[in-house]
Design a protein around this ligand. Structure first.
Ligand code: KIV
Length: 263
């Protein structure tokens, strides 16, 4: 049995300059493969809404839906640290409600931490949740839950604001911060300024670690993907080849052949 990654492991990795690997997952079979491969962190992201539920944004995802998916992912993980993503409006109503919702990820879904979007504006929320003993990963830069405020999925370039956000989330008690859709140079400066690990997505190579949406990096997504996504394989193609073969073999009675029959 391998030792599970914890917030302490991640801090040590940053100190030693060992890069942290992270991916999203939403189900048992993929989580099992990712965990076995040795990816350090699995985020059950609210990208669930777009990747799994076929919605246009992440906004409609509910607490119950993400708790359900997080509990499935947690069941598959021995090594990877599992982080549950707090959905839109699950932490803005009141700080007490935010703590109760964050607690559900640990109590009901066996996650080790939660992630939430925002910088200096969510200082008090991060502080309250982490003081309740729940590790919080912050998420700054391009924050998809604010898509309407940002006017779309746009790269964020306000250096002063980004640095201020990063310093604030660290001060509030976050154990790590996701830097999404920001120029590499700014991400590099932030990474040097913080003692907590930065996890980049579209933020360049100098972050302490990298995260990608699983279906994007596997080429298992028919939709347009952002510039920062590298397709490490082409699952769509592999699956299509298998499906074509299946259809052909059923139609031509090649399948099922004798070896797949009961006597
Ligand atoms: O929801 C998500 O998958 C995320 C990652 C892309 C960081 O927030």
């Amino acid at each position: 049995m391998r030792t599970k990654v914890t917030t302490t492991t991640l801090l040590k990795m940053k100190k030693k300059g060992i890069k942290i690997t992270a991916l999203t997952a939403y189900d048992y079979p993929f989580a099992k493969i990712i965990d076995k491969a040795g990816v350090d962190m699995i985020l059950v992201g609210d990208s669930l809404g777009m990747i799994i539920q076929g919605k246009k944004t992440t906004l409609p995802v509910t607490m119950d839906e993400i708790i359900y998916h997080t509990s499935i992912v947690s069941r598959a993980c021995e090594y990877s640290m599992v982080i549950g993503d707090m959905p839109f409006m699950s932490y803005h109503g009141s700080k007490d409600q935010a703590v109760i919702n964050a607690g559900r990820f640990l109590k009901e879904a066996n996650a080790s931490a939660v992630k939430l979007e925002g910088g200096a504006d969510v200082y008090d929320i991060i502080n309250k949740i982490s003081k309740a003993g729940i590790p919080v990963q912050a998420h700054i830069g391009l924050t998809p839950q604010s898509i309407h405020q940002m006017g779309g999925f746009k790269v964020q370039r306000d250096e002063e604001r980004l640095i201020n956000d990063a310093l604030n989330v660290e001060k509030a008690g976050a154990f790590s911060v996701v830097l999404e859709g920001i120029p590499s140079l700014i991400a590099s400066k932030i990474t040097k300024k913080l003692s907590i690990p930065t996890i980049g997505i579209g933020a360049g190579v100098d972050c302490d670690g990298q995260i990608l949406v699983l279906h994007d990096m596997l080429g298992f997504n028919n939709n347009k993907v952002p510039k920062f996504v590298k397709k490490f394989t082409d699952l769509n193609n592999i699956i299509n080849q298998g499906l074509e073969k299946y259809i052909n073999e059923v139609k031509t009675e090649i399948f099922p052949s004798k070896e797949y029959e009961y006597k």
